[in-house]
Design a protein around this ligand. Structure first.
Ligand code: PBG
Length: 329
């Protein structure tokens, strides 16, 4: 490759040549929209640490989803805001068949049957202490006890009609337990999207405000189950185990600070790789946009394109609504 016979700039000489040479694109089919749901009717609430994102009741969500789904949005991920009175040490509300998530799945699927509904399998919205699992008197998270609760939660979602259950709790062995229970109850086509490489990240802070688990969690951390941000090789083991246990798709989380992990996952495994542009990433980008430091559309599209370049098949992003609208223009 010698100058002047090779001039790499020839491939950038005009928009049309740049378009032809482009390796990756963002498409509406790449997007999953995470949404925060409230009980009740006709409710919207702003989230201080996530300007531009709202918690909404399911009727309001549906009003927003209908036009987005028409424009091609394929999937949403539901995150419930659970009233304090329903939070307990054993998180029993998590598998209440008449609970907020279970009812929301039914309502959404009956209105928009083709929209894929992904549900979060983890106990943190439901525990009085804000941990993803059940704890003993010392505060240790009990792996195998938690798995039993997660199985009941996942089954209640599948029964309500969820297309995909997504365990985000990072307990060992939960994917095989959920898969066995789904098979046993004849939910053969319910997918498992496992949060396989989920790091103990500070970038989840705004999410915990959004679902109202921050105060419950207090100063406690999730370091005994979520991964150490300093580790990369460990992610390969985590992902391999979840695929062996029956995960159909795997998730890397957070996203942009962990693009190396996404790339490694893509190089090692053949299942679809999802990545989560988490609440803290949203908060950083959105604050810069709101301050006029970054161009909104360009910043968001570039960030999402980087996920694709790294090898992501589907991206969970709080920008999915905006991006769907832009792509359809
Ligand atoms: C909890 C859960 C979290 C997120 C998704 N599911 C937070 C946590 O693990 O504390 C974070 C999403 C985000 O930050 O946008 N199981």
């Amino acid at each position: 490759m010698q100058y002047p016979f090779t001039r790499k700039r020839r491939l950038r000489v005009s928009q049309s040549i740049r378009n032809l040479a482009q390796e990756h694109t963002i498409d509406v089919n790449d997007l999953i929209w995470p949404v925060f749901i409230l009980d009740g009717f006709n409710r919207t609430e702003t989230i201080e640490s996530m300007p531009g994102v709202e918690r909404v009741s399911v009727d309001v969500l549906l009003e927003r989803l209908v036009p987005l789904h028409q424009k091609g949005l394929n999937a949403i991920a539901l995150f419930p805001v659970i009233n304090e009175q329903y939070k307990t040490d054993d998180a029993a509300e998590a598998w209440n068949q008449e609970g907020l998530v279970q009812k929301a799945i039914k309502t959404i699927k009956s209105t928009l049957p083709e929209l894929a509904v992904i549900t979060d399998v983890a106990l943190d919205p439901y525990t009085s202490h804000g941990q993803d699992g059940i704890i003993n008197e010392k505060g240790d998270i009990l792996n195998d006890v938690t798995i039993k609760a997660l199985v009941m939660q996942a089954l209640s979602h599948a029964k309500a009609g969820a297309d995909v259950v997504a365990p985000s709790d990072m307990m060992d062995g939960r994917v095989s337990a959920i898969r066995a229970a789904l098979e046993d109850k004849k939910h053969h086509n319910t997918l498992i999207l496992s949060y396989a490489a989920k790091y103990a990240s500070v970038f989840y802070g705004p999410f915990r405000d959004a679902v109202g688990s921050a105060a419950n969690l207090g100063k406690s951390a999730k370091d005994t189950y979520q991964m150490n941000p300093a580790n990369a090789l460990e992610a390969i083991d985590e992902i391999a185990m979840d695929i062996d246990e029956g995960a159909d798709m795997v998730m890397i989380k957070p996203g942009m600070p962990y693009l190396d992990i996404i790339k490694t996952a893509k190089d090692h495994f053949n299942v679809p790789i999802c990545a989560y542009q988490v609440s803290g990433e949203y908060a950083m980008i959105q604050s810069a946009i709101d301050n006029g430091y970054l161009d909104e559309q360009k910043a968001i599209m570039e960030a999402l394109l980087c996920f694709k370049r790294a090898g992501t098949d589907a991206i969970l992003t709080y920008y999915a609504d905006r991006v769907t609208a832009w792509l359809s223009q």
